[in-house]
Ligand binder design. Structure first.
Ligand SMILES: [Zn+2]
Length: 377
């Protein structure tokens, strides 16, 4: 076996000394050139390695291959250099106010850019969606849910294409009574929504995708969703908008477990009994302002009591703003004035319930309470 194609046994043509010298010089020149190219490429690769903005998990790579064959001088030079072009991920100098966004179909949300990379300004923002069938994004970064699913929105800098940051976007089925919506979609990933109005295996009641919790429809003691992320996120938007008008709206009480509510309810009963009421009288009174354990909407993780929980709150500019704007963020004033007989609760200007902006808008415009809207109770 002859593995050496260029063995010394290979016959050579006779050439003059001069030609031979010229060819040798040419070959040396080519080698020198190749070595130079190699040095430049290695220097570039080292520079990339020092650049922290460019992580190792590169997605694209360009390959440069140089092959030179100088047959006469029996020299074969093959130089293969791979120059790695790196694509930064969430290691960029963009700083956003969050890395994930959760929205419902038809709803919009916008992450805020807190810091820009050096040399990049607002006008350099370039927003793209990894899947426009799940969520779209406009040139300002408004992300809109199109269909349930998960995708990524990518923010790049037109001034520095190495600067790139991703936001994970989760789009949930809209909890509304859409015209074409004959099947009920879950409002929470933790629970499946059954066809209305029936109890599912977990003992929850969904009507048109809305979890109903009132004096009649309870939730099991084991149901512990905590405060739903969507509710929290939307409240923060609401609170931020109010703050721009100089108003302070904050969470006073959000999620409450069955146990929490049990303690609250029993304490109220004791208070009423201390005033001289009998056990049954005390319950009657407490039932007008406090839910029994398992029947508090606070256990749903979808409602929030804001600011001070007393009637005086109703006379504050914050309460007036909340009544006029809560629906824009998907909330309703759950126990409105004049609906006490239907809701079973006195007017609570501080208690807001998340139902999604479409439903909230309808309830607001119709001047209804949730039971009226869902046609129950
Ligand atoms: Zn409340």
């Amino acid at each position: 076996m002859d593995n050496n194609r260029y063995s010394s046994n290979r016959p050579r043509r006779k050439v003059s000394r001069r030609t031979y010298r010229n060819r040798r010089l040419a070959a040396l020149a080519i080698i020198a050139l190749l070595v130079l190219i190699l040095i430049v490429l290695i220097a570039n690769a080292c520079a990339d390695g020092k650049d922290k903005k460019k992580p190792a998990d590169s997605k694209t790579a360009s390959t440069m291959t140089t092959t030179t064959t100088v047959t006469d001088a029996a020299i074969v030079t093959t130089s293969t250099t791979t120059a790695v072009a790196t694509v930064p991920k969430n290691d960029s100098d963009f700083k956003l106010d969050r890395q994930t966004i959760s929205i419902m179909v038809g709803e919009s949300d916008m992450p805020r850019v807190l810091e820009y990379p050096e040399g990049t300004v607002e006008a350099d923002e370039r927003w793209t969606s990894s899947d426009k069938e799940i969520a779209t994004v406009d040139s300002y970064g408004h992300i809109t849910g199109v269909a349930p699913g998960v995708c990524y929105v990518i923010l790049k800098s037109a001034a520095d294409l190495n600067q790139e940051v991703m936001i994970k976007v989760t789009v949930r089925g809209e909890a509304s009574d859409e015209d074409d919506d004959t099947t009920t979609k879950p409002q929470s990933s933790r629970t499946e929504a059954p066809a209305p109005p029936v109890h599912d295996t977990e003992g929850l009641t969904y009507i048109d995708g809305i979890l109903l919790v009132n004096k009649e429809y309870g939730v099991p003691a084991t149901f512990e969703p905590k405060l739903e992320q969507i509710c929290y996120d939307k409240f923060n938007e609401l609170s931020t908008a109010a703050a721009k008008e100089g108003l302070s709206i904050y969470i006073s009480s959000g999620y409450r477990s069955y146990k929490d509510q049990e303690t609250i309810y029993n304490n109220y009963i004791e208070d009423e009994k201390k005033k001289g009421n009998s056990e049954s009288e005390a319950k009657k009174i407490v039932d007008t302002y406090s839910a029994r354990p398992g029947y508090s909407e606070h256990q749903s993780g979808l409602c929030i009591d804001v600011n001070t929980i007393n009637d005086a709150f109703g006379y504050t500019p914050e309460a007036a703003w909340l009544a006029e704007h809560a629906h824009e963020y998907g909330f309703i004033i759950r126990y409105p004035q004049g609906k006490e007989a239907i809701t079973g609760y006195q007017y609570e200007p501080w208690h807001i319930r998340y139902v999604g902006s479409k439903v909230a808008d309808k309830i607001y415009k119709n001047g209804q309470c949730l039971e009226e809207y869902l046609n129950v109770g």
